[in-house]
Design a protein around this ligand. Structure first.
Ligand SMILES: Cc1cc2nc3c(=O)[nH]c(=O)nc-3n(C[C@H](O)[C@H](O)[C@H](O)COP(=O)(O)OP(=O)(O)OC[C@H]3O[C@@H](n4cnc5c(N)ncnc54)[C@H](O)[C@@H]3O)c2cc1C
Length: 483
């Protein structure tokens, strides 16, 4: 078996692993990064934008959020069920990391809040600018880090309770990596449907939709998950959290869960029903895709439908929409009608246009009770001017009367699955007795157990920012440990 000796071995060349490589290599230790894929970048090349608080851009735009305010929000959101020292370390470093990224050429164009009431903390990467991970890889290589692609790590090596490296496999066969410290940055457990089903009861790809290519095809031959590697070595377990939101299934995916051309499907004026043709939540909840995804998961086949009519479409086009996401575009050349035609031509039934509710029910498989639901909804608006079921604000109440009806099917859709490892604010992996495992660090999704049960869309850009910030922290602390 071949042996590679290094100071710091990093598992995974994504949003966490590459910043870890920069920080460690800049502290004059030998750094080797091992990536199972034939390319770097992980699940989203560093993401579309990063969360940060008290940045220069926020100050220039007069957003006055403070770190304290965000930490307080976090405490309330999670009920302090997560490691708040780790959260405060992350928040404290976030503005510095935003500047750090800019110093390497990452271009940010705007600040975005995901929904009305959400915070303007998502620093959006300029459309078409280079990916964050591509830029950072160059910086890490200039500092001396070496990359080993097509190399899957399969077992940690432990001696006297300390991590001393790992075994893995590349195109030439088995190899052993002897390291003074190992950083796990393998991106969470979302590639393994069997593992997630075993530990959450939810089946990726069935109970919840996923991006094409997200799952490993064969768990038996796929690389080990970083979480598995650490659990086998005695690491404590944290619950897995599915990072998910309400979305029309692929290929109709887009910003906010809808194609860029059809933001009408996520407006609060629409009516939202389940397969029984009944409303089950206020349509206003659509603003926060994660919360709406949770609600959809409580319904039959984890399925919901958003419906609007021609009248509403005219209103959206002439007056405007209530739920918009800053300058998020991801646009291509098609108009809305061209998109609808294209979708119909490919035979996709997740978005349809119908001439009557009866026709709509038949096409979508919705119970015809929908007709009564709409009648009752319209009657309440016209006769009483209210929504006695969900108390939707009057300003969002519009009767649905045709003559054309637009309907989209929504499911709960996963971005990834995070958590599993417990780390402290120095990113040391904690064992089952509650103590750090010497020489073992983790960053990014594998160690992201800071949200409780649901991703906080109010603080968007959070997961990639957590990955980049904890990656930096792991690189720094591991280098200090090694020295
Ligand atoms: C479509 C999409 C859009 C997104 N947009 C945003 C956004 O705008 N803002 C935001 O904050 N987040 C966003 N995210 C989430 C963000 O991309 C992730 O939070 C982030 O990439 C996690 O970083 P990571 O380093 O933990 O994992 P990754 O970046 O996925 O990197 C993990 C790497 O480890 C490798 N690996 C896995 N197992 C092994 C093994 N055994 N041996 C060797 N290598 C291994 C993987 O191949 C991968 O390259 C988005 C995600 C998706 C899918």
């Amino acid at each position: 078996m071949r042996t590679i000796e290094t100071d710091i071995a990093i598992v995974g060349a994504g949003a966490a692993g590459i910043p870890a490589a920069i920080e460690a290599a800049r502290r004059y230790v030998k750094v080797d990064v091992f990536e199972q894929a034939d390319h770097i970048g992980g699940s989203c090349n560093g993401g579309n934008g990063v969360f940060a608080v008290e940045t220069q851009m926020q100050k220039e735009k007069q957003y006055t959020y403070t770190k304290k305010e965000i930490l307080d929000y976090w405490a309330e959101y999670t009920h302090n069920t997560v490691d708040m020292r780790l959260v405060s370390e992350f928040i404290n470093r976030s503005a510095g990391t935003y500047e750090w990224l800019k110093s390497f050429g990452v271009e940010f164009s705007d600040l975005i809040a995901y929904y009305p009431g959400a915070k303007y903390v998502w620093h959006f990467r300029r459309d078409g600018s280079p990916f964050i991970t591509d830029l950072l890889r160059l910086v890490s290589e200039e500092a001396g880090a070496q990359y080993h692609l097509n190399t899957a790590v399969n077992q940690l090596m432990m001696k006297d309770g300390r991590c001393i490296g790992f075994r893995g496999k590349d195109a030439e066969g088995e190899l052993e990596v002897l390291a003074k410290a190992v950083i796990i940055a393998s991106g969470g457990t979302g590639k393994r449907a069997d593992f997630v089903k075993e530990h959450t009861g939810v089946e990726l790809g069935k109970d919840i939709t996923v991006f094409p290519g997200m799952l490993y095809e064969n768990p038996a031959t796929s690389p080990k998950l970083g979480v598995e590697l650490c659990w086998e070595a005695g690491a404590a377990h944290t619950p897995l959290m599915i990072d998910s939101f309400a979305s029309i299934p692929d290929p109709n995916f887009g910003p906010g869960g809808v194609p860029a051309q059809l933001p009408w499907f996520r407006q609060p004026q629409n009516i939202c029903v389940n397969l029984h043709g009944e409303r089950f939540i206020s349509e206003y909840e659509m603003r926060n895709g994660a919360f709406m995804g949770n609600a959809i998961a409580t319904q039959k086949d984890s399925t919901a439908f958003m419906i609007f009519d021609q009248n509403m479409r005219d209103y959206y086009e002439s007056v405007g929409m209530d739920f918009v996401m800053g300058n998020v575009h991801f646009m291509d050349e098609l108009t809305a009608d061209e998109y609808l035609d294209m979708n119909a031509a490919r035979g996709n039934q997740d978005i349809i246009v119908a001439d009557s509710l009866k026709e709509l029910c038949g096409m979508m498989g919705i119970h015809k009770k929908l007709i009564d639901t709409v009648e009752e909804y319209n009657r309440n608006i016209k006769e009483h001017g209210n929504d006695p079921v969900f108390f939707k604000d009057n300003k969002y109440l519009m009767p649905i009367e045709g003559p054309t009806y637009y309907c989209a099917r929504f499911r709960r859709h996963a971005y990834g699955v995070m958590g599993g490892l417990k780390i402290n604010y120095r990113t040391e992996v904690i064992d089952t007795k509650g103590d750090p495992i010497p020489g073992l660090y983790a960053a990014g999704n594998d160690a992201n157990a800071i949200y409780g049960d649901t991703y906080p869309f109010a603080l968007s850009g959070n997961t990639s920012s957590f990955a980049i910030n904890t990656g930096r922290m792991a690189g720094e602390h591991a280098a200090f440990f090694v020295k």
